[in-house]
Design a protein around this ligand. Structure first.
Ligand SMILES: [Zn+2]
Length: 178
């Protein structure tokens, strides 16, 4: 049982963002409440995607709304994202869990997603452009990977101050909770 009240945005280098998330066993009211809470967090922070570990929950589930509106929020439960092209592009990305950092990330141009929706129906879709990028970004999250891991070492150097600040804030928050 997930305590929805306790769900909040998690920031790099929180441990929940670094581990492989577990499959959703059953789509029940608790999962539906989690999706609602994740939608609140995502829209409040003007994001276009959010994965469950970013709300502190290590489950294989993410939401996307490419125009950041509530009516276009979709849930992807136990998703599998597979590249459908050998071509890559490198576009600047941000992440609500790695605030203050925008950096070019290399991703496949096209991919497909197979997932289950909130009603328990399986679906598959082809994606390109921003949608393909967003799917790969969120899929990374449920495998314990953030843009802080994906960015090339030159970008790590360029963003070292902000990465250090995030690490310090995380340590500080951890201490104050103990
Ligand atoms: Zn992210």
């Amino acid at each position: 049982m997930i305590d929805i009240e306790k769900c909040r945005i998690t920031h790099y280098p929180d441990a929940v963002l670094a581990k492989r998330a577990q499959p959703v066993e059953k789509i029940d009211d608790n999962i539906r409440q989690l999706v609602e809470k994740m939608t609140d967090i995502m829209l409040k922070n003007k994001g276009i995607g959010l994965a469950a570990p970013q709300a502190g929950v290590p489950l294989r589930l993410f939401i996307i709304s490419l125009d950041a509106t509530s009516q276009n929020v979709r849930a992807y439960i136990n998703p599998t994202v597979t590249p459908t092209s050998d071509e890559f592009d490198s576009v600047e990305e941000g992440c609500l869990s790695v605030p203050g950092i925008y950096t070019k990330i290399r991703r496949y141009k096209k991919c497909k997603v197979a997932a289950t929706d909130l009603n328990g129906n399986e679906f598959t879709e082809e994606a390109d452009g921003l949608y393909a990028r967003c799917l790969q970004h969120e899929s990374d999250h449920i495998d314990g990977i953030t843009i802080a891991d994906r960015m090339p070492s030159t970008a790590k150097i360029a963003h070292r101050k902000q990465l250090k600040r995030l690490t310090e804030n995380y340590e500080k928050n951890k201490e104050s909770k103990n």
